[in-house]
Design a protein around this ligand. Structure first.
Ligand code: ADP
Length: 169
C-alpha cells in the first residue's frame, strides 16, 4: 500500500525549516503533498501562485513531492485527496499549543485523520516566515534562511532596500 501524507501551511514564504520538514517527510512517506492554504487567516504577502512556484522550485529535486493549493477546510481537502495523514513541523513550546489544538480540531472534524509531527532541526528552530520577511524588509540578509530560488523570488517581488548585501548575481 502506498503511504501518503499532506503537509499543509501558509508558506509565506517557504523557508529552509519548511524545506527540511518536506525532505524528511518525503523520506518517510511514498507520496507527500505540500498543500498551500489559499485562504489562511494570516493575510499573505505572496500570492498563492507565487508561494506554490517557490515551493515547486525549492523542492524540484524531490521526486515524490507535489505542490498544490487548497481552499476551505483542510479536512475536506484531505478527503478529496484520499489522504489521512497531516504532516506538521514542530519548533518550540510556542508551536505546541497551536499545533495541539489544530490536531485535536482536525481529529474532531475528521476522525480518520492522524497528525504526524516532525521536530525541527535545531538549526531551524528559531526560523519563521514572519521573521524572514521582517529581516528582509529591514535590509538584513536572509540568504541563510531560505532556499536560493525563494531568495530570488523575494528580491523580484519587493523593491529591495538600497543597502542590500545578499543579492544573488
Ligand atoms: P501555518 O500558517 O499553517 O502555521 P506555516 O507556513 O507557518 O503555516 O507553517 C507550516 C508548518 O511548518 C507548521 O506546522 C509549522 O509549525 C511548521 N514550521 C514552520 N517553520 C518551521 C521550522 N523552522 N522548522 C520546522 N517546522 C516549521
Amino acid at each position: 500500500m502506498t503511504s501518503k501524507a499532506v503537509y499543509p501551511g501558509t508558506f509565506d514564504p517557504f523557508t529552509n525549516g519548511h524545506l527540511d520538514i518536506t525532505q524528511r517527510g518525503a523520506r518517510i512517506f511514498d507520496e507527500l503533498t505540500v498543500a498551500v492554504s489559499a485562504d489562511s487567516v494570516k493575510s499573505a504577502t505572496f500570492s498563492v501562485e507565487e508561494r506554490q512556484m517557490m515551493i515547486r522550485e525549492a523542492a524540484a529535486d524531490i521526486p515524490n513531492v507535489r505542490v498544490v493549493a487548497f481552499e476551505g477546510l483542510l479536512v475536506d481537502f484531505m478527503r478529496r485527496e484520499h489522504s489521512r495523514v497531516i504532516l506538521r513541523g514542530l519548533r518550540a513550546l510556542s508551536d505546541f499549543e497551536y499545533e495541539f489544538q489544530f490536531a485535536q480540531m482536525n481529529k474532531q472534524l475528521a476522525p480518520e485523520t492522524e497528525t504526524f509531527f516532525i521536530v525541527t532541526d535545531a538549526k531551524y528552530s528559531y526560523l519563521s516566515s514572519r521573521s524572514v520577511k521582517e529581516i528582509f524588509q529591514l535590509g538584513g540578509s536572509i540568504r541563510e534562511f531560505v532556499p536560493p530560488v525563494v531568495l530570488r523570488r523575494i528580491e523580484a517581488h519587493d523593491a529591495p532596500p538600497k543597502k542590500r548585501k545578499d543579492r544573488l548575481e
